[in-house]
Structures are given as C-alpha cells and as structure tokens.
Design a protein around this ligand. Structure first.
Ligand code: PGA
Ligand code: ZN
Length: 404
C-alpha cells in the first residue's frame, strides 16, 4: 500500500458562509483525496470539540501532519486514525480540533481509494463491511424546519419526508424534492410567510400543528402522484427546548414535563403515523428515550443524535437501557472514520438502526453518501434541496448507478 505523502489544510466556506477546514491528502503513488468538515448549530454537549478553523489548521500542521506523512499507509484507515488520535492526545480531540481531524481522516480515505482505483464506498466497505447492491439508504428529506436552524419558525427543528416505498434512490430523492415543492405551494395557498432555514427546508412563521398538517398533506399528495408510500419523520432536537432549571420542555405555546413529553411524542407517532423520531428528549434523558421506545419502538424508529453523539460509550449505555432503537451517525461528532465505523458496528450488532447524517453547516463534500453505502445503512439524512444537500443525494444516485 501507499504511504501518505502530504496532507494540506485550508479554510473554506461552509453553507452558512462560516469558515471550515478542508484537507487535501496525497499518497506516494499519486492518489489524491479532498474532504471538508461540516459544522452543527444544534450541537450536542458530548460531541468532540470543534476549534476555530484557523486554530485547528495550525494545530493539525504542528501535531498531526508530521505523524502521518511518510510513516502511515493511506489504505490502513485504522492506523491513519490512530495516529490522528495520538497526535491530539485527548478523548474529545480538543488539541487539534475534531474539524481538522475529521477532514484529514476522510481525505486520506479518499486518497487511498484513488490510489487503489476504486470508489470510496468500496474502499470503506472492503475495510469494514461489504456494500449491498440490493438495498439502498432511504434519504430522509428535511422539508420544514425551525429550532436552531430558523429561529422564528416551528419549535420542532425538522419535519422530514421518508419515502419508505420508493423503488430506488433516484425516485426517493426526487419524491423528497417534490414534497418540498408541494409544501411551498401549500404554504403560499395558506398565506403563511416562509423563508428557508440552514438546511434548505421551508421555515414558515407558523406553529408545529400547522406544519404537521401541511407536511402530511404534501406527503400524501406526492405519494399519490408517485405511486409509492411516503411517510413523515421528525427531528425534535429537544435539547434546545429543554429548560433544565424549570424541568420542562418549553414550546412557544406550551410547556411539558418529561412524562408529558413522552405522552405528547407517542401521540404524534400515532396521529401522524411517524416513521422516524429523532431526539424527542434532552441529550441526558436516557429514561425518557427508553419509555418512548417501550411504547412505540415496534412501529417507529426512535433515533438518538445529541443523546449518542456517534460515541460508542454513550451508545453502549443506550443499548443497555433500551434508550432508542437507532443512532444518528455524524463523523465530525466523534472525529475519525474508524470511530464512526465502530459506532455503526456496535449499533448493528445490537439491533440499532444506523442513520448516516449531514450537519446543518455543510460543504459540497460527499463522504457521507459513500459511508451510507459502505455500511449498508437504512437511512441517509442529507436534506432535500440546496447545492450542499443535493451534492450528497446526487452522489448517492451515481453510486447506485455504478453498483447496478
Ligand atoms: P446540527 O443539526 O447539524 O445543527 O446539529 C442537525 C441535527 O440536529 O440533526
Ligand atoms: Zn438531530
């Protein structure tokens, strides 16, 4: 295999216009890989640490790059990631910054794939798990949102289209885009003003109840049109609603105690036949996650994002306690591809569904599309429209073509 010859880092723009870290990796056999770190807005308290891009780049040049160049084989992702971790020396990657580490980890993986002359998903699948050609990740499409991604819109952060009945990736992605367009029409018909949030979802000046009504209608219309089943999902991002002093979840028009929140969300699952519910409770609320999973886990996906932060120790606890039945997987929450793959593996071993995900701040990087295919993940959460979102969806369509 080929040694890492160089890793170059620079500041580039993310979709919010904020600086993020991009890495270019070269191997001694001329392989090239480029990757960029995404960034969250509703980040979990237990995520690996993101440093200001300039600081992360300087620290990576000082500590991480010298350890990789000329000593580590690019195709040995475990060794690449171990040396990134050793260069940092902390569990939360606060010396080098998880943003520089994840960009370097992904860039070297791409350079290794390029050296081998195979796509990234095959390189990752070969190293970790076999890719499957008879199943594909169903894209979760964010069509209406508020929370930290659009302050004056809904309390619930994301209303998602879930095209469970789509016959292939392309039909699924186009169905989500059609739901997004239909939502726009319905909002206009109702004279509800709406801009767009950070992920390109509509950000209507309305309440959650109206958003449910509009999204359910749009999903039903597009399902009729396209001739397959589409359901509704949510990312509540409830950590942002949780008032720990008062011990209640604060909505614009209500407050709910933890047990009322369990009842409320279980009710939503029934009323709207939700296929997917992410972070319906605060990031420390393992008990409420377990209570909800007990009630509705047999008929819906209960996913932990801020709860698990792609961290095997927190997922271990979730498995023990029956807190959820799915984990959101974001490489930059934990920092390296190897750690990310460990979280996916632990999830699958324990019957938890891995959901590979973008962040609200994204770039044109498409690594997560490859990761979803490499791990045979049932879902890829990458938005519905907008260039940094369609970059992932279009890459998934290309991969499906390539694998056919
Ligand atoms: P974030 O939001 O990237 O702002 O954390 C996405 C999510 O909560 O899933
Ligand atoms: Zn989330």
């Amino acid at each position: 295999m080929s040694l890492v010859r160089a890793v170059e880092l620079r500041r580039v723009l993310d979709s919010r216009g904020a600086p993020t870290v991009e890495a270019d990796a070269l191997t001694e056999d001329g392989g090239f890989g480029r990757a960029a770190a995404p960034a969250g807005a509703s980040t979990g308290a237990h995520e690996a640490v993101e440093l200001p891009a300039g600081e992360a780049i300087a620290a990576a040049r000082d500590h991480a790059v010298p350890r990789l160049v000329g000593t580590v084989h690019a195709g040995d992702q475990r060794a690449v990631d171990a040396s990134l971790r050793a260069a940092d020396g902390t569990d939360d990657l606060s010396t080098v910054g998880a943003n520089a580490v994840v960009a370097a980890s992904m860039a070297v993986a791409k350079a290794a794939a390029d050296t081998l002359g195979i796509p990234l998903y095959q390189h990752l699948g070969g190293a970790f798990r076999g890719p499957s050609s008879d199943s594909f990740p169903v894209p979760l499409g964010n069509v209406v949102g508020g929370g930290e991604h659009a302050r004056d819109a809904t309390d619930i952060q994301e209303f998602l289209a879930v095209p469970v009945g789509a016959p292939n990736v392309a039909e699924a992605a186009f169905a989500n885009a059609a739901v997004h367009a239909r939502v726009g029409e319905l909002l206009e018909e109702r004279s509800i003003p709406a801009g767009k949030g950070d992920e390109g979802a509509w950000a209507p000046l309305t309440d959650d109840e109206t958003a449910f009504e509009v999204v359910s209608r749009a999903v039903a219309d597009v399902a009729d049109d396209h001739g397959f089943e589409i359901r509704v999902g949510l990312d509540v991002a409830a950590t942002e609603l949780w008032d720990s002093d008062a011990g209640v979840y604060r909505y614009s028009d209500a407050e709910r105690t933890p047990s009322e929140q369990v009842d409320y969300v279980a009710g939503l699952v029934d009323t709207y036949d939700l296929a997917y519910v992410e972070d319906p409770f605060d990031e420390e609320a393992f008990d409420e996650f377990a209570a909800l999973t007990d009630r509705v886990g047999s008929r819906t996906t209960v996913c932990g994002d801020d709860l698990f932060v792609t961290n095997v120790e927190r997922l271990d606890r979730g498995v023990e306690e029956g807190a959820g039945n799915a984990i959101l997987v974001k490489p930059n929450q934990i920092g390296t591809l190897s750690d990310t793959l460990d979280a996916v593996e632990l999830a699958v071993e324990n019957g938890f569904t891995p959901v590979i995900s973008h962040r609200s701040g994204e770039t044109e990087d498409t690594t997560i599309a490859h990761l979803a295919v490499a791990t045979d993940a049932p879902f890829l959460k990458a938005g519905a429209v907008g260039g940094e979102r369609t970059a992932k969806l279009n890459e998934l369509i290309r991969i499906a073509d390539d694998a056919a």
